[in-house]
Design a protein. Structure first.
Length: 82
């Protein structure tokens, strides 16, 4: 989940960016299209930033403590083999 940006968000962000750019370039009213493209780009950026932050929060609060606990248990097993 630490790499959610590279594997999940970036490919879709690139596709959305290309779509927005293409739509703005081929619009009948370029000024209005540029404004709408800017608003959509800002919304998508904020949405992706929120998704990224939520995933990093989950890593810090749930996955990291669990990993540390498992490493402690594994170290205990290595020290006391039966």
């Amino acid at each position: 989940m630490r790499n959610v940006f590279w594997w999940y968000l970036l490919p879709f962000a690139a596709a959305v960016g290309i779509f927005i750019g293409h739509s703005a370039l081929h619009a009948r009213n370029p000024g209005f299209a540029a404004m709408i493209a800017g608003v959509v780009a800002l919304f998508v950026t904020l949405l992706y930033w929120g998704i990224y932050r939520l995933n990093q929060f989950a890593v810090r609060k749930s996955l990291e403590p669990r990993r540390q606990e498992l490493e402690t248990l594994l170290t205990g097993l290595e020290e006391n083999p039966q």
